[in-house]
Write a protein that binds this ligand. Structure first.
Ligand SMILES: N[C@@H](CCC(=O)N[C@@H](CS)C(=O)NCC(=O)O)C(=O)O
Length: 206
């Protein structure tokens, strides 16, 4: 299997953390999606990371498709459950985190092609910012009311929430519009040493 990935994408992190929690620690093949890497282009018409190429050559694009493939081919109890019996709660919270991640990535991508202030202060830029702030506020309240790491292994909600908060800290460091997130920061700190999170912290390669 080959995981086409980069070191910054939160979608890659969700896929990698899920693979590791399922016992599949595949060394990522680092590609630059913006440079139209030929391997990525061949495997994924959208030329985006993550893309998992299975042993029989089948390409799986989209982080959530990779999670679904893992859940169906490596089910509990033999393997860690990423969703588990509390599916509505887990998926509802994962959805909030994914909304934040989409808004954050969209903002970063648009900044690549326009001046930052120009986009961030536009109606759409402010809408993305509101999504990040409000999404994290809701996740924080949910995490405080019902911890996300009560079971032996983190579920998809914890994976997505930690990915979201670490990505915001990485790309929007100390943004004044972000809410206080003590429960989510504590969750991220508690799970930081797990291989699934420790090996997948975002960084800009030198
Ligand atoms: N919905 C996709 C999003 C993947 C995505 O947007 N990846 C970005 C990196 S964060 C990418 O490869 N962008 C290159 C491009 O948009 O051309 C998923 O969940 O995997």
């Amino acid at each position: 299997m080959q995981l086409l990935a980069n070191t910054t994408s939160p979608y890659v992190r969700i896929a990698r953390a899920s693979l590791i929690e399922k016992g599949l620690d595949i060394a990522p093949t680092i590609v630059d999606p913006w440079a139209d890497d030929a391997r990525l282009r061949a495997a994924n018409a959208a030329t985006r990371v993550p893309t998992l190429v299975l042993d029989d050559g089948t390409p799986l694009a989209e982080s959530m498709a990779i999670v679904m493939w893992l859940e169906s081919t490596r089910p509990a109890p033999a393997h860690a459950a990423l969703i588990g019996p509390d599916a509505a709660r887990v998926l509802s919270r994962a959805g909030v985190a994914l909304g934040v991640i989409d808004a954050a990535v969209h903002t970063i991508i648009i900044r690549k092609v326009t001046a930052p202030v120009l986009f961030d202060e536009t109606p759409v830029g402010l809408r993305r910012r509101r999504t990040m702030a409000e999404g994290m506020q809701r996740l924080e309240a949910l995490a405080a009311a019902h911890p996300m790491d009560g079971s032996a292994t983190p579920k998809l909600d914890a994976i997505c929430a930690i990915t979201a908060i670490d990505y915001l800290n990485f790309r929007f460091t100390d943004a004044p519009w972000l809410p206080a997130m003590p429960a989510l920061n504590a969750l991220s700190q508690r799970l930081r040493s797990r291989p699934s999170f420790a090996q997948t912290m975002p960084f800009v390669p030198s």
